[in-house]
Design a protein around this ligand. Structure first.
Ligand SMILES: NC(=O)c1ccc[n+]([C@@H]2O[C@H](COP(=O)([O-])OP(=O)(O)OC[C@H]3O[C@@H](n4cnc5c(N)ncnc54)[C@H](O)[C@@H]3O)[C@@H](O)[C@H]2O)c1
Length: 528
C-alpha cells in the first residue's frame, strides 16, 4: 500500500499500520518496499516531532537516575579486603571494579571466561581511584574444580557473582549452556563460597524473577539461581549471601545497539510498535551491589535490593525514531515480530492491586507486602517468598539429570527447565497465605483481565493451573465459612477455568467446593 500524498491527516496509528502492512513479519525487504517504508518512517518522525516526543532521548532521564551509595559502610567493609568478581569482565563488572577499588578493596580478582590470563592492573574508568591490585583468572564457572582452584588461590573475603548468560535471545539459542551457567554455575559459586569461608557473597539477579513462572530460558534459569542463593542465605551461618535485582542495564542493552546497527544499514527492524522496556543505568547496578554488601547485616537473609527509580518504561519505537532523527540518515523502519526470549506474557496477578502496597515493577504481589527500604529512599527491598528447600533440591536434581542426558534434545531440556521452574512456583504458592493467593489468582484470572475467549485465557494456563491447584488444596484444609467477597472472586475465576480445556478438573473441584461451603459476610470468615 503506497503512501497517499493526497491524505495529509494520517495518524501515527495509520502509519504504524502502513509499515506493518507494507512489510509483514519475515518478508525480505526489496528496494521498492524500503523506499515506501522510509517515507512512512519519515512521516512518523514528523508527527513525533510535532508532539515534542523527539526533543530528547527517551534514555536521558535514565542516565541521571541514581541509587545513593552507602559509602561509609561500604568502605568499612571493603578496606583492605580481597574481592572476587565472577563475570567481572562484563558490563556491570567493568563499572563495579573501579568503584570497589575506590572504596578501599586491596585486591580484586576477576573470574570470567572472557579475560586473558596474566593481564593485571586497572584499565577501566570509574568512580574510584585505583589503588589495589587486579588479577584475572580465565575460568568457566561451570567447571567446579577449576573454580574451586581460583577460590583457593584468591581466598576472597567478598564475592560478587555476576557471571551469566545474560541476553534472553542468546539464552534461547544456547539452552544447555545457559542452564549450566546460570543454574549450576551459580551452585558451584555458592559451594565455593561456603568451602572457602567467604564472608559476604552478593548476587546480581534480575527483575524478571518477579514472574511466578516463565517458559523463557533466561528467566527460568535466573529464577532457579536466585532461589539457590536465597536458600544458601537462609542456611548459612558463615557466609552472608545477599541479592540484588536489576532491570535492563541501558549501557549493555541490545535494543539500542540493534537500532544503531540498523541505522548504519538504512533499515531498522523492531520487534513491534508497542514494545516497552524498563531501564536503569550501570551506575545504579554497581551501587546496588555495593550497598547490598554494605547493608548485609541489616538485610533479611532472603531479601533483595532494587533501584526505586526506574522511571517509565521506554517505548522502542520512540527510541528508534529519536536515534534515526539524530543520525540525519534516510532510514526505513519495519517490524520483525517478537522472538522467543522477549515475548513473556504479562499475568496481571503478578502485581498487587489491593492498594495496600507500593507498586514496583521488579517486586511481585506475594513479595510486595514484606517490602522495606534504605534510609536514602533510593533503594527498595523485598523478600523472596518462602519455599521448601527439599522441593527445590528435587527439582534441581531432575533438571541436572536431563542436562547430563546427552540423548535429550533441546526441547526436552527446556521442558525439564520449565518443570523445575513450575516446581519452584508450586512450593512458593504452597507456603503463601490463602487469602493472598486467592487475590493473586483473581487479579490475574478473572475474565475482566484474562479475557473471555479460550485463546486469551490460555496465555496464562500454566500459572492459573498452579495457583488454582494450590488454592483448592488450601480451601479443602480451611475451616469455617467463606466470605461473600471470596466466593465472588472464585466464581469469576471459574469462568476463566471453564474456558481452558486442560483445567476442566480444577473447574469442577472449585465448583464442588463452592457448593459445599457456607458463606458469611463476616470479615473474620476463614477465607478472606
Ligand atoms: N545487563 C542487564 O541488563 C542485566 C539485567 C538484569 C540482571 N543482570 C545480571 O547482571 C549480571 C551482569 O550483567 P552484565 O550486563 O555485566 O552481563 P555481561 O554479559 O556484560 O557480563 C557477563 C559476564 O559473564 C561472563 N560469563 C558468562 N558465562 C560464564 C561462565 N560460564 N564462566 C565465567 N564467566 C562467564 C561473560 O564472559 C561476561 O563477561 C548478570 O548476572 C546478569 O544476569 C543484567
Amino acid at each position: 500500500m503506497p503512501m497517499d500524498a493526497a491524505c495529509p491527516i494520517a495518524t501515527s496509528d495509520d502509519l504504524i499500520c502502513q509499515i506493518a502492512t507494507l512489510a509483514p513479519h519475515g518478508t525480505p525487504i526489496t528496494p521498492a518496499m524500503a523506499e515506501q517504508l522510509q517515507a512512512a518512517t519519515q512521516a512518523l518522525m514528523v508527527l513525533a516531532t510535532a508532539d515534542g516526543k523527539l526533543e530528547q532521548s527517551p534514555m536521558t532521564l535514565a542516565m541521571e537516575r541514581t541509587v545513593d551509595l552507602h559509602r561509609e559502610a561500604a568502605e568499612k567493609r571493603l578496606r583492605g579486603q580481597r574481592v572476587l568478581v565472577t563475570g567481572g569482565a562484563g558490563c556491570v563488572g567493568s563499572h563495579l571494579i573501579p568503584l570497589l577499588f575506590g572504596l578501599g578493596a586491596m585486591e580484586i580478582s576477576i573470574a570470567d571466561l572472557a579475560v586473558e590470563t596474566g593481564r593485571t592492573g586497572m584499565d577501566s574508568p570509574g568512580e574510584g581511584s585505583p589503588t589495589g591490585r587486579l588479577a584475572n583468572y580465565q575460568v568457566d564457572i561451570r567447571d567446579a574444580a577449576a573454580l574451586d582452584a581460583v577460590f583457593a588461590q584468591v581466598r576472597p573475603h567478598v564475592v560478587f557473582h555476576l557471571a551469566s548468560i545474560r541476553e534472553p535471545g542468546r539464552a534461547e539459542a544456547v539452552v544447555r549452556e545457559a542452564i549450566e551457567t546460570n543454574v549450576f554455575g551459580t551452585r558451584n559459586v555458592i559451594s565455593a563460597c561456603l568451602r572457602h569461608g567467604v564472608e559476604d557473597a552478593i548476587y546480581s539477579s534480575t527483575g524478571k524473577c518477579f514472574a511466578y513462572v516463565s517458559d523463557h530460558v533466561y528467566t527460568g534459569s535466573k529464577k532457579l539461581a536466585e532461589a539457590q542463593w536465597v536458600a544458601a542465605a537462609r542456611r548459612s551461618n558463615s557466609t552472608r549471601f545477599r541479592c540484588t535485582r536489576f532491570t535492563h542495564v541501558m549501557e549493555n542493552g541490545v535494543v539500542t545497539q540493534d537500532i544503531l546497527d540498523g541505522i548504519a544499514k538504512g533499515l531498522v527492524g523492531l520487534h513491534g510498535p508497542d514494545r516497552y522496556f524498563n531501564i536503569q543505568n550501570v551506575r545504579q547496578a554497581a551501587h546496588l551491589l555495593v550497598n547490598a554488601l554494605a547493608l548485609a547485616d541489616q538485610t533479611p537473609a532472603d531479601g533483595f535490593w532494587a533501584a526505586v527509580d526506574l522511571g517509565w518504561p521506554v517505548n522502542t519505537l520512540e527510541l528508534a525514531l529519536y536515534l534515526i532523527q539524530r543520525s540525519g540518515k534516510p532510514v526505513a523502519l519495519h517490524f520483525l515480530g517478537v522472538p522467543k526470549g522477549y515475548d513473556e506474557v504479562f499475568f496481571r496477578g503478578q502485581f498487587c492491586w489491593s492498594g495496600e502496597t507500593v507498586y514496583h515493577p521488579l517486586v511481585n504481589a506475594l513479595e510486595a507486602p514484606g517490602g522495606f527500604g534504605d534510609h536514602s529512599g533510593t533503594m527498595v527491598g523485598a523478600r523472596v517468598q518462602p519455599f521448601s528447600e527439599d522441593a527445590l533440591a528435587v527439582e534441581l536434581d531432575l533438571l541436572k539429570k536431563a542436562l547430563d542426558d546427552r540423548t535429550l534434545d533441546v526441547v526436552a531440556v527446556k521442558a525439564a527447565l520449565n518443570q523445575a521452574v513450575c516446581g519452584l512456583a508450586r512450593t512458593i504458592f504452597a507456603a503463601a497465605d490463602l487469602p493472598c493467593l486467592i487475590d493473586v489468582l483473581w487479579w490475574g484470572a478473572a475474565p475482566a483481565w484474562a479475557g473471555t475467549s479460550t485463546a486469551e485465557a490460555r496465555r496464562f494456563e500454566v500459572v492459573i493451573h498452579l495457583l488454582t491447584d494450590t488454592v483448592i488444596a488450601k480451601l479443602r484444609q480451611a475451616s469455617g465459612p467463606m466470605s461473600m467477597a471470596t466466593r465472588q472472586k472464585l466464581e469469576e475465576v471459574m469462568q476463566t477455568l471453564s474456558l481452558i480445556p486442560s483445567l476442566a478438573a480444577q473447574s469442577r473441584s472449585l465448583e464442588d467446593l463452592l457448593e459445599g461451603s457456607g458463606t458469611t459476610t463476616s470479615m473474620k470468615a476463614a477465607v478472606g
